[in-house]
Design a protein around this ligand. Sequence first.
Ligand SMILES: *Cc1c(COP(=O)(O)O)cnc(C)c1O
Length: 406
Amino acid sequence: MLKSTSMQQNTKVAVPSPATLSDSLSDFALSKLAALEAKNQRRTLVDTARSQAMTLSVDGGAPLVSFTDNDYLGLSTHPDVVEAAKNAADAYGAGSGASRLVTGNHPLYRALEDKIAAIKGSEDAAVFGSGYLANVGIIPTLVGKDDLIIADELVHTCIHAGIQLSRATVKFFRHNDVGHAAELLAQHRAAHGRCLLVVDGVYSMDGDIAPLKALGLLAQDHDAWLMNDDAHALGTIGGGRGSMHATGAEGLVPLQMGTLSKAVGSYGGYLAASKPVIDLIKTRARSFIYTTGLPPAAVGASLKALELIESDAAMVARPVKLAQTFAQALGLPAPETPIVPLVIGTETDALKASVELATEGFKVIAFRPPTVPEGTSRLRFSFSASHRDEDVARLIEVCRKMGLGG
Ligand SMILES: *Cc1c(COP(=O)(O)O)cnc(C)c1O
């Protein structure tokens, strides 16, 4: 009797009021944020109004020239691309209404997938809601818990998410180290069923390119499937066709994944592969099936942007050229992509340099851990076809004045 009473009392006391519940939740968030703040790893959003591709206003302030966007060709604000988005919305509405497998597969999708396949030199393509959704869908569709994934240690975070969802055994090789990948394959391949070898085509924080030819040959030797994430390569290298074409690895990369949100200037992700693989992806990839189709405007914009990429070789070549001009002027290694990293070291110093560049009229983000390894906080400059020669010349002048560079 006594026991039961005390239990009742305990139960009563233990049921928290809604206010207590939300307090403990907010307390958790506040303490977590404070810990991150102490490490300079707290992130905040600012209002960023982009009027023309590389000119933007932060929190309503004076316009800055951005060397931070991934809009490598300025296509996000190209009049023809914006017009194509408007036309698509007029024709098919603001939203797609359902998953692509239900009623969300508006006719622009087929045209876009054919265009992607043509540019990437593959039989077919599948368009996803984003690059992130593509990676978390593709990887678990192709490998499972009895299989093996060999991945570069610097692959994008959404590849890690896809790897975790797949439950495959994973081994990471040292960045761009084909010999290390070969060792891991020799050691682990035989004990597993299927095997995926995953890399980024271009690494977003360093701007270097994966050695796809050597990796492709290695994959063939071990009956592994090579997948490249070409988020930063489509529209920027290989004549706009991406890393496989830039490295002479045609025929060696059966899985070419990428995004439509960077050089293409719109939104969406894709996989270019053989027809059977694409059919399987569209049948099984959960992030393809259980999510709403893209707004028609995004698909229409991507299609027009890819037509421009195909037809304007000078536009496609310009970002890398500007990156090379900048790097040479500051004594930095010659880049092969539009990305030039300038490693500063500590979070504090990198943030300080970013703030100073803003006072000079430039938006350049400081990338900090965990996005980059500890102690390598950096400014990352990305160049776009829409930058004017004089923007780059003044950036060089300001960086020199700040003592940046080699
Ligand atoms: C940006 C990026 C993604 C994600 O693409 P979204 O379309 O923005 O989701 C995937 N992989 C790499 C390497 C990226 O840089």
